[in-house]
Every structure is written in structure tokens, then in C-alpha cells.
Design a protein around this ligand. Structure first.
Ligand SMILES: Nc1ncnc2c1ncn2[C@@H]1O[C@H](COP(=O)(O)OP(=O)(O)OP(=O)(O)O)[C@@H](O)[C@H]1O
Length: 703
């Protein structure tokens, strides 16, 4: 049972997770088809037309909820028991030792139960971090420990995972977040809505619980700010980097029957004038490899699984051809209807990512009659519904919220022609796979033969590829740009051996050297995100944080402050690992390495995007990260990075003499698995792959 999960299970109705924006100036201190046409070409070869070779706290301060009863002692973070500092391997309950500690010397933090309203004017002692509701230390030892985001956290994974817990020895009450949710059974996207029962209207969730008030927790009232209306903001973009043209040298492999030829230019895509105008306004002059191959495939009506490195333009690779089709075929202009029937549904695992995709859809559909709408958890359902009923051709949604809206009969599926799974490996793993299966078997959803299904990611474990067959037509095409699951070569990767007790010191040292350059710091748990953000705040490094225990408003604020540079450091859990496209992120620091190599690839892909360069530094803890040595060596060598000798040694000693860092192990799907698949499968009993897929109980707040 992972730490994160316990946290997520606990409901505390009123206190939000408040994690601050720390500002310096604010404080004084498929198994189908066995014959394949394979096209292996580098885009540059395509480019010169010659040879497609055929074979191939706001200041303020972090959440007291997470650390409410913990604190500092002697100006140090307490470093727990045998489970070690912040490994928190047992669970969130913690033992008595680490609870109920306040700051014995530093102090200056708020009572963990301050409300948002009251917290804004509070000041701690030493640090003067204002604006907190919550805060570290000083939480009431008898308070319900931890807090849920509210009604959207209910139900367990695949039903009632646990009912109730009583806190270890200290009187804390641990409430299962299941409550009525677990009673209803069903599946939730972690920290998110509950999908329940069967049949019409059986998806109860935040919507019904929160908004109609018949179940647990407070209403979700957050209404996100409206998207920008002015053209400059809609088309704001950052520059491609010096390595953008090098994309052309990446090998591309297309497998499956009868793939259409790649296109080399936007003109060849034969898009309508409005789309071309929008592409130009977005600053796109040249296609990226994944776009060169995916656009004609999608325009040709084929299903697609596409794997391309982080930051290489996968979003436009599906949006542009879908929009082109819509324009060509003509769509019913959006108009008010109680039941909307979108032609396209796009799902992605996190709220911020789906919102980003929505903004891209809005940008490319600017000036057309196509209306995109976004809906995601943590926001008021009524608001989403009001947006939807005004017209919806493209619905961008997180899975839980999507099922809610369908259950409320605001969205009908009959007209769906395009179903897009972004971060598809994540969407099909144990966390979201069941929900996606429900989606495709919803009443009205056209069968896979009748719709076009498109999957995109930078990573595609083999098991997940096999599962995907259920969603895709048997003749789907597989596009692999570079090594499937490989890291972006524009990211300079450094692995440092840092023991858990030295990590904070090292982090500060690195951040001081970095100065004001934008940096994402990844940690493994929500609590630690708060903790490290606070620590950096103490060190007077302007920091904010994002994780699943923060309210949506706070998450968006944090992201906004990071994007605009107000807070150059963002401490994040894996909720921010995938898809987020933030300008000018020059560094990623893995304070903790993630549990899977795929997650590592996604995390470091927040930098080095679109031909820009970036740096990733990862702390490798010998005690806990040895299992990653082998895949790390492979990722590093595939991306032509230096591999430290010590890491190779660990990889070798862990995996024996057969291991070669350069050999293709079974770490990644190197190719379309249909070619390797001989009926073997490592699916678990639920029909979902257990390997590679993040363990949902350890998982972060995916929506
Ligand atoms: N052809 C292009 N020309 C210029 N910029 C582009 C082009 N295609 C995409 N971009 C820009 O590159 C950035 C990265 O694109 P995108 O977010 O779609 O990457 P991705 O492949 O989906 O990454 P990830 O795997 O992290 O989700 C975006 O800012 C996007 O606007």
C-alpha cells in the first residue's frame, strides 16, 4: 500500500491542501496482423525527397494537511525510522515518532487547520510565510488526519478498497474516502471521480455527491478562469529550439498494412485556409516527424498508435487532421442543446494536461465553427455542463469527469468519429484502463470499426500495446519516432549518487547554481512535495508546488506562477510528469527517482522541448533506486548520454553478466509489439497489465 494512497483516502472536509507560492520578495527572509509494411526512414531522407527506404503562499506556505503533525527539529526535517527519510514506505499513517512534532526551533508555521479564509493574514514566526491555510507542524494530533479534496475523492480503486482505518496509536482518525463511494463500488481515476455501478445514470460521482449534496464532502465550486479571447494570447507560443531541425534525422518506423506515405510539408496536408492560417499564427512552419507520418495516416481514416519523444508535437499531430476532416466533412455548427453529441472525444490523464490540449484545440479551430469544450475534475460540474450545452464538437475530458457527464446525459456518443487517448499507455494501464473500457462500451459509442481511434505517447510498454488492440481496428498503424520509450536527446541527463539524507542539501546547492532558471523538482509523494517546497521556501528559493492534494484552484495558480516565472521552482509529483508544455523549463531535478523508467522519461521530457535544450539531474539513492539502474543505463545510452561507471556496475551486478547497457533488453517495446507477439501475455486477471503500469495505489492524483 503506497503512501500516496493512504493520503488520498482520508477525508477532511474543510481544509484544503494549501501549498504556497513562495516568493522571495514576499518575505523578509495489438495482436493483429502478421505481415507488415515497414517504413524506416529518417525525416531528412524524406525531406530531400530522395529515399524513403522501403524496408523500412503566494508566499504563504505549504499544506499543513500533509505534514500537519510533523515538523522540524533542530532546523532539520526529522528523518524517520527504518523506513528512512521520506521513503514513507509503510503508509501515510506514520508512526508516533514522526507525528505530532512541531518545529522545535524554527517554528513560524501555521496551525495545520487554518482555513483558507483565515489563513491569509497569518504569519509564522521566523519565516513569515504568509497566506497559509494549513502549514506544517502544530496540527492537532487528534484531528482527522489529512484531507481530501472533497467529494471528488471517493471510492476506491476498483471499488471499495478499504473501508476505514484507525490511525496508528495516536488517535488520529483515518476515514476511508470510500464512504458512500465505496459502497457504490466502481472505479475511480485516482483522487478523482468515482465511476460506479452499471447501466444508465449509474455513474455517480463528484457531480452527484458534491453538487447535489447527497453524499460526502463539500461541493466543488471552483470555476476555472475563462480561456483567453484575444488572438495574441490564443496564439502565444514559444520558439522552437536550435535542435528542431535535428528532428529530421530521427529514424521513423511505420508498421502495419499499407501505410500512406508521409508528407513533408504542411501544404501537402491540404488543409483548409483557416487551418493553415492558424498554423502560421501558431508559429509552425515545418512539420515534426510525428506530424509528417501521423497526419496522412489519420487523414486516410486509419487507426493509429504513435510513439514519439516528449515535446515533439504529438498534440498537433492528432488535432490538425481531425480538424481538417471536420472542416472537410462539414460539422453541425454548435448550438444550444441539452444533449450534445461531439464528433471527437479526447481524453488525457491529468487536468492540467487536458486543459492544455483544449487550448491547443481552441487555437487550431480558431475562426472555424468547430467548438471545443473542456471538462475535468476539481471544477464545478455545473459550470462544465453549461459550457457543454452551448455546443460541443470536440470534448476534451479527464476520464472520471467524462463518465460523469455521460452519466448525466449531457454528452451522447453516437456521433463520435474520433476517439483520442493522449498519454495512451497511461490511459490503458491499471489506473485508467477499466474506465476506458467502460467508455468504449457505453451505450451509443460507435464500435471500433465505426470510429477512428488514435493513441499517442512517448512510451508504450509492450503489454499496453497488446491491450490497445481492444480499442483499435486490427489494421491500425504503428508509428515509432526514434526508440519507443526513449528519452529526448535534447535533454542532457546527469545521474548523481545521493543518499536520502543528503538530498536536500544537494538540491539547494544545485538550485543556487541554477539561479532563476525555471526548474521542476519531482518528488514521489504529495506530502514530500509540500515538505520540499516549504524547505526551499525556508532557504529563500521562490517555489510553488503542484500535486493531487492541492485544490484545483491552487494547482492552476501554481502552474500559472511557474509558467510566468513568478516562481521559478515548481516542486511536483508525477501529476505533472506527463504532457505539460511549459516554456523555458531549463531543468528537471528528480529529487526522488520515479518507480518506473517510463515515468522518468516523461518527467525529464518537461524540458528540452520542441528542439530546445534542457538538463535533467537525478538523485540516485543506492538503497532505493537500484532496480532502475538497468533501464537507466539503457535510456542514457540510447540518448547518447554519458553513463556513470558506478551506475553501470550496479546495473551489471543487479542483473548479472548477461546485461549489456546497449543491448535491447525487455525494458522497452522497441517496436510494434505485433511483430514480437507470440500469444504470450503478462496480463493480470483483470485483463490489465501489471508491469510498467504505475501501481495505482502508489499513484499520484491522476484525474
Ligand atoms: N511543427 C511545429 N512547429 C513548431 N512548434 C511546434 C510544432 N509542433 C508542435 N510544436 C510545439 O512544440 C511544443 C511541444 O508540443 P506537444 O506538447 O504537442 O509535444 P508532445 O509530443 O505532445 O510532448 P509530450 O510527450 O511531453 O506530451 C508545443 O509548444 C507545440 O506548440
Amino acid at each position: 500500500m503506497g503512501d500516496e494512497d493512504w493520503e488520498a483516502e482520508i477525508i477532511k472536509p474543510h481544509v484544503s491542501s494549501y501549498v504556497p507560492v513562495f516568493e522571495k520578495d514576499r518575505y523578509s527572509s495489438g495482436a493483429n496482423g502478421d505481415t507488415f509494411n515497414r517504413t524506416l526512414a529518417s525525416s531528412s531522407e524524406m525531406g530531400d525527397g530522395s529515399s524513403r527506404r522501403d524496408h523500412f503562499m503566494r508566499s504563504g506556505f505549504a499544506s499543513g494537511r500533509s505534514l500537519g503533525n510533523r515538523g522540524f527539529s533542530n532546523n532539520k526535517f526529522e528523518e524517520g525510522d527504518s523506513s528512512g527519510f521520506w521513503r514513507e514506505s509503510s503508509n501515510d499513517c506514520e508512526d508516533n515518532q514522526t507525528r505530532n512534532r512541531g518545529f522545535s526551533k524554527r517554528g513560524g508555521y501555521q496551525d495545520g487547520n487554518d482555513s483558507e479564509a483565515s489563513g491569509s493574514s497569518r504569519r509564522g514566526g521566523r519565516g513569515s510565510f504568509r497566506g497559509c491555510r494549513g502549514g506544517f507542524g502544530l496540527g492537532s494530533p487528534n484531528s482527522n488526519y489529512e484531507q481530501d479534496e472533497g467529494t471528488q475523492r471517493s471510492g476506491g480503486i476498483f471499488g471499495s478498497r478499504r473501508s476505514a482505518l484507525s490511525g496508528a496509536d495516536n488517535g488520529d482518525t483515518f476515514q476511508s474516502r470510500s464512504g458512500s463511494g465505496s459502497g457504490r463500488g466502481g472505479y475511480k481515476g485516482l483522487n478523482e471521480e468515482v465511476i460506479t455501478g452499471s447501466g444508465k445514470n449509474s455513474w455517480k460521482s463528484e457531480a452527484e455527491g458534491g453538487e447535489s449534496g447527497d453524499t460526502q464532502g463539500p461541493k466543488v465550486t471552483y470555476i476555472p478562469p475563462p480561456p483567453p479571447e484575444d488572438e495574441d494570447s490564443i496564439f502565444a507560443h514559444y520558439q522552437t529550439g536550435i535542435n528542431f531541425d535535428k528532428y529530421d534525422t530521427i529514424l521513423v518506423e511505420v508498421s502495419g498494412h499499407d501505410p500512406p506515405p508521409a508528407i513533408l510539408t504542411f501544404e501537402e496536408a491540404n488543409l483548409c485556409q483557416t487551418l493553415n492560417n492558424n498554423i502560421a499564427k501558431a508559429g509552425y512552419t515545418k512539420l515534426t516527424p510525428v506530424q509528417k507520418y501521423s497526419i496522412p495516416i489519420i487523414q486516410g481514416g486509419r487507426d493509429l498508435m504513435a510513439c514519439a519523444q516528449t515535446g515533439s508535437g504529438k498534440t498537433a499531430a492528432f488535432l490538425l487532421p481531425i480538424l481538417a476532416h471536420m472542416m472537410r466533412d462539414g460539422i453541425t455548427a454548435s448550438r444550444f442543446k441539452e444533449l450534445q453529441e461531439p464528433e471527437c472525444i479526447i481524453v488525457a490523464p491529468t487536468r492540467e494536461l487536458i486543459n492544455q490540449i483544449y487550448l491547443e484545440a481552441r487555437k487550431f479551430s480558431f475562426g472555424t465553427c468547430v467548438r471545443a469544450v473542456v471538462t475535468y475534475g476539481g471544477t464545478q460540474l455545473g459550470h462544465s455542463i453549461r459550457q457543454i450545452v452551448q455546443g460541443c464538437n470536440i470534448l476534451c475530458a479527464t476520464p472520471g469527469r467524462l463518465m460523469d457527464i455521460i452519466g448525466k446525459e449531457k454528452i451522447g456518443l453516437k456521433q463520435v468519429k474520433y476517439l483520442v487517448l493522449d498519454e495512451a499507455d497511461r490511459m490503458l494501464d491499471m489506473g485508467f484502463g477499466p474506465e476506458m473500457k467502460k467508455l468504449i462500451s457505453c451505450p451509443g459509442m460507435p464500435s471500433k470499426e465505426q470510429r477512428q481511434t488514435l493513441m499517442f505517447s512517448a512510451t508504450f510498454p509492450e503489454e499496453i500495446q497488446r491491450l490497445a488492440g481492444e480499442f483499435l481496428k486490427s489494421n491500425y498503424l504503428f508509428v515509432a519516432v526514434g526508440q519507443v520509450g526513449g528519452a529526448c536527446r535534447d535533454v542532457q541527463q546527469t545521474i548523481l549518487q545521493v543518499g536520502q539524507y543528503s538530498k536536500r542539501e544537494k538540491l539547494v546547492e544545485i538550485l543556487r547554481n541554477i539561479g532563476d532558471e525555471r526548474t521542476m523538482v519531482f518528488v514521489e509523494t504529495k506530502k514530500k512535495a509540500d515538505f520540499i517546497a516549504t524547505f526551499l521556501c525556508q532557504e529563500k528559493i521562490s517555489t510553488t508546488s503542484i500535486h493531487g492534494d492541492r485544490e484545483q484552484r491552487e494547482r492552476e495558480q501554481a502552474l500559472g506562477d511557474f509558467r510566468c516565472g513568478k516562481c521559478p521552482v515548481l516542486v511536483a509529483t508525477s501529476v505533472a510528469a506527463r504532457g505539460l508544455d511549459i516554456e523555458n523549463v531549463q531543468h528537471v531535478i528528480n529529487f526522488d527517482l520515479p518507480s518506473t523508467i517510463d515515468e522518468y522519461v516523461h518527467r525529464i521530457g518537461r524540458t528540452g522541448r520542441c528542439g530546445n535544450t534542457g538538463r535533467a539531474i537525478s538523485f540516485f539513492d543506492l538503497e532505493s533506486d537500484s532496480h532502475l539502474a538497468q533501464p537507466l543505463v539503457k535510456v542514457l545510452s540510447d540518448a547518447q548520454q554519458d553513463v556513470p561507471a558506478w551506475l553501470e556496475e550496479i546495473a551489471f551486478s543487479t542483473y548479472g553478466p548477461g546485461f549489456s547497457g546497449n543491448a535491447r533488453g525487455n525494458v522497452f517495446a522497441s517496436v510494434d509489439t505485433r511483430k514480437n507477439y507470440h500469444g504470450k501475455s503478462s496480463l493480470n486477471t483483470a485483463g490489465f497489465s501489471s508491469s510498467q503500469a504505475p501501481n495505482p495505489v502508489d499513484d499520484e492524483s491522476w484525474d
